[in-house]
Design a protein around this ligand. Structure first.
Ligand SMILES: C[S@@+](CC[C@H](N)C(=O)[O-])C[C@H]1O[C@@H](n2cnc3c(N)ncnc32)[C@H](O)[C@@H]1O
Length: 383
């Protein structure tokens, strides 16, 4: 045991002692610390309850109803089809969480967080999705021991195993739900990426693992003139093709189906994006994807890699706790720090790695990298 170990062992013994806890809560100088820690611990215990309050508000469309203006409990009880007691309980709970606010005349209105939720399909879809995430997390020890199959590994149909054949042959109905969720949550990330990196200086963008093309649709609106290519599993790329047609951008946006583990990526783009793709995979498979991207890019090309990252200052729990357990339930993948991603990028033949600032790093961080040298062999293998 080192001196540091001994010191922390002593500190932990002191902090665990009920006599110390009573003293620390009463003594004026330690009281604020004791209260803050008690409150942090309570929030960890109560977190699931808070999530369920939010879920009830989303399912009952409380935010949309209150967007019309403040309303009394009686009116809301009627509109939510709840008894007055239940409505009061939900409205008080949501107010205490900052989702709603109670006016001095007793009526309820939107709170600051609730105002953000109005018409916010991205967050509402995520809240609804987490109802099944929490079922997988109900027994976290079993999950850690991988004792039971999970809902999430079924939901993310490509996550079951990395076999290309299986993933390539996924049917439309197996990819529909996760593709729709990714599409619904794109507004949380697309503009941040486009704001972080000036795409306008490029000629053609290839979005690898681009889902049903929602990111590219955003790009099409914001960056006129840029040619767009989408690559994803065949059943997902088909959804992209239909979206491009429906939005009247098929003349500048094409969709290509295949697996990035075996099939060559389309060539011709001078910039490739990987949005929320790499964190789905272990290092070995992440490296395969990055090498495929390297082979598809010309020297002088650019890669932008955008996803939530571990070690994000002020949001450490998002990477290690949230994504750590979410991806465990999904069956594979990990959130990586920018340094871990840089190491993978350099193994795959990329250099000049830069982390670009984004408005909300909790949701998206962006790394830009450039191919290091000509990779003649892989370019010759391109179609
Ligand atoms: C988490 S989603 C991200 C989708 C999109 N980039 C976004 O941010 O909305 C990961 C995407 O990778 C695709 N994917 C998974 N395995 C793949 C494979 N072997 N080849 C090509 N795409 C794959 C999935 O179909 C899915 O669309």
């Amino acid at each position: 045991m080192t001196w540091t170990d001994r010191f922390f062992a002593w500190r932990d013994r002191v902090v665990a002692s009920p006599t110390f806890q009573r003293w620390a809560a009463a003594f004026p100088l330690t009281r604020p610390i004791a209260r803050r820690q008690a409150s942090q611990l309570f929030d960890l215990v109560a977190g699931f309850v808070y999530s369920q309050v939010l879920l009830a508000c989303v399912r009952l469309r409380v935010f949309e109803i209150l967007a019309e203006g403040p309303q009394s409990v009686t009116t809301l009880a009627h509109r939510l089809d709840l008894s007055e007691n239940s409505a009061q309980r939900l409205l008080a709970a949501a107010s205490s969480l900052g989702l709603l606010a109670q006016r001095s005349d007793g009526r309820f209105a939107l709170g600051q967080l609730g105002a953000v939720m109005v018409g916010n399909r991205a967050v509402a879809a995520m809240v609804e999705h987490h109802a099944s995430v929490y079922m997988d997390l109900a027994d976290p020890v079993a999950l850690l021991r991988r004792d039971s199959p999970t809902r999430l590994s079924d939901y993310w149909a490509y996550a079951g195993d990395e076999g290309s054949e299986r993933a390539r042959s996924l049917r439309a109905e197996q990819v529909a739900d996760y593709s729709a969720l990714m599409s619904a949550s794109q507004p949380l990330v697309a503009d941040q990426i486009i704001d972080a990196y000036p795409l306008g200086r490029h000629r053609c963008l290839l979005d690898v693992g681009g889902g049903e093309g929602t990111f590219l649709s955003h790009v099409a609106r914001r960056v006129p003139g840029l040619q767009l290519k989408l690559f994803d599993l065949p059943a997902v790329a088909e959804r992209g093709r239909l979206r491009f047609e429906a939005q009247g951008i098929a003349h500048r946006a094409s969709a290509h189906g295949g697996s990035f583990f075996d099939d060559p990526l389309p060539v011709g783009a001078d910039i490739v994006s990987l949005v929320r793709v790499i964190y789905d995979h272990d290092d070995e498979h992440a490296l395969k994807i990055l090498r495929a991207v390297r082979a598809a890019l010309p020297d002088g090309g650019t890669l932008i890699l955008a996803e939530p990252m571990a070690g994000t200052p002020g949001a450490e729990a998002m990477g290690d706790a949230y994504f750590g357990f979410y991806l465990l339930a999904m069956g594979k993948g990990e959130a990586r720090t920018p340094a871990q991603l840089s190491a993978l990028l350099s193994l795959a033949g990329f250099g000049s790695v830069r982390v670009l600032p984004t408005h909300l790093p909790l949701q998206t961080r962006v790394i830009v990298a450039r191919p290091l040298a000509v990779n003649t062999a892989s370019h010759e293998a391109q179609p």
